[in-house]
Design a protein around this ligand. Structure first.
Ligand SMILES: *[C@@H]1O[C@H](CO)[C@@H](O)[C@H](O)[C@H]1NC(C)=O
Length: 390
């Protein structure tokens, strides 16, 4: 009897699953007029597909088949009625003239979406014209970030590829619960301000797997970031993983509970860095773990720099108000491209506290590298090369 009951409930359950699956609405951008030729402006078609999906009471999928789609600056706005899967097998290309995006600050922008899963997508922002403009010192537009999420919650970004962004590739701003999985972000080593991922004012962001080869930070972590986990990251060239710059403003939300685990840095300017302005601020950094990291020929593998003040302007007391505490560096090994592999240059008015070094082995030209400490307190244990200056 029980077995029959179980069978019946199984059948009902399967029918239910089938019903839920088959009732899922699907919107193919081609049927909204998008052209996969890389030349025809498909922005309006994408927006119409989004509007339909967003208004759908059932979960829905927006599908972008293989091909190249020309898209101008675009906003996908929520809230939407149900969850949306945006599956992009194609490549999204920006207009050839960098000025078309340059004045908006964004290219692809999601605002106030909840329960969005973005699968795939290759973004080609064609940033070279914009970088050249900046290099020439001409009057250039502000530039566009390639893909931005503002006030978005419960988002999955999986398998995104982005090349040659004008500015940052992927920005997560004022979001909660975002998973960024296996992204590939690429821009030339010398392209200015092409951060890989920038996170700020956000909680519960996970970056898991990813290859970040950029001109600026692989991942930059701005004010108001909490509970950020990064694992299995390949970084470099570029400026490494950076918390900061913080403390530009007197009132600023701090950064807490950040973990980077299992990462390889190759040929980057920095490995793991915490950076703050030499200005008054009530900002802070606390509870940070950097662990299981390999450095290959990295200029500053471990760095805290509280003396940031470009052109020595706007830093009257030349000292940072940002309080840095409880930062652990554990199992970090490899090679430094400069003699000094570990640099802690903390604020004279707010010394770093609770800094922990454990099992560090960093060499320079096959010899132990050196370390330097200013205004810092903490402990060290295990194998330590360079010798700890704590
Ligand atoms: C720290 O962040 C992780 C996610 O990275 C989260 O699971 C954990 O609960 C957070 N810890 C605290 C004390 O908030």
């Amino acid at each position: 009897m029980a077995a029959i009951k179980l069978m019946i409930s199984c059948v009902i359950y399967l029918l239910f699953i089938f019903f839920v699956q088959s009732s899922k609405a699907a919107y193919n951008v081609i049927s909204f007029g998008a052209k996969p030729d890389g030349k025809t402006d498909s922005t309006q078609s994408f927006l119409e597909a989004w509007a339909s999906a967003c208004a759908s009471p059932q979960a829905s999928t927006i599908y972008v088949p293989k091909g190249r789609y020309l898209i101008k600056a675009v906003v996908f706005r929520g809230p939407c009625k149900n969850r949306i899967t945006f599956q992009i097998d194609g490549t999204i290309v920006a207009p050839t003239d960098y000025r078309a995006l340059g004045n908006s600050g964004y290219w692809i922008l999601f605002i106030k979406v909840d329960r969005l899963t973005l699968i795939g997508a290759t973004l080609d922002a064609k940033g070279a014209g914009f970088w050249a403009c900046r290099k020439s010192g001409k009057n250039c537009p502000v530039g566009a970030r390639s893909i931005t999420f503002n006030w978005a919650n419960n988002v999955v970004i999986s398998g995104l590829t982005s090349i040659n962004s004008q500015l940052a590739h992927l920005v997560i701003n004022s979001c909660d619960n975002v998973l960024v999985r296996n992204v590939k972000l690429t821009a030339p080593d010398k392209s200015p301000n092409t951060d890989g991922i920038h996170v700020q004012s956000s909680t519960g962001v996970t970056v898991s797997g990813g290859t970040l080869r950029t001109g600026d930070d692989c991942i930059s972590i701005g004010p108001g970031t909490r509970n950020l986990l990064m694992n299995n990251i390949i970084c470099g060239p570029g400026h490494g993983v950076s918390i900061g710059s913080l403390g530009k403003d007197i009132n600023e939300d701090g950064v807490q509970n950040v973990t980077l685990t299992n990462a390889v840095f190759t040929g980057s300017d920095n490995g793991v860095r915490i950076k703050s302005w030499a200005r008054d601020s009530n900002s802070f950094v606390r509870n940070v773990v950097f662990q299981n990291i390999i450095m290959n020929n990295v200029e500053n593998p471990i760095l805290i720099d509280q003396n940031y003040c470009p052109n020595n302007q706007g830093c009257p007391r030349q000292t940072s108000g940002v309080k840095i505490s409880q930062v652990t560096y554990r199992n970090i090994k490899g090679t430094s491209a400069t003699p000094e592999a570990v640099t802690f240059d903390c604020s004279p008015s707010n010394p770093c506290r609770g800094i922990r070094l454990q099992d560090i082995k960093l060499t320079f030209m096959n010899k132990a590298a050196t370390s330097s400490c200013k205004n810092i307190g903490g402990t060290s244990s295990g194998l330590l090369m360079p010798e700890s200056c704590l």
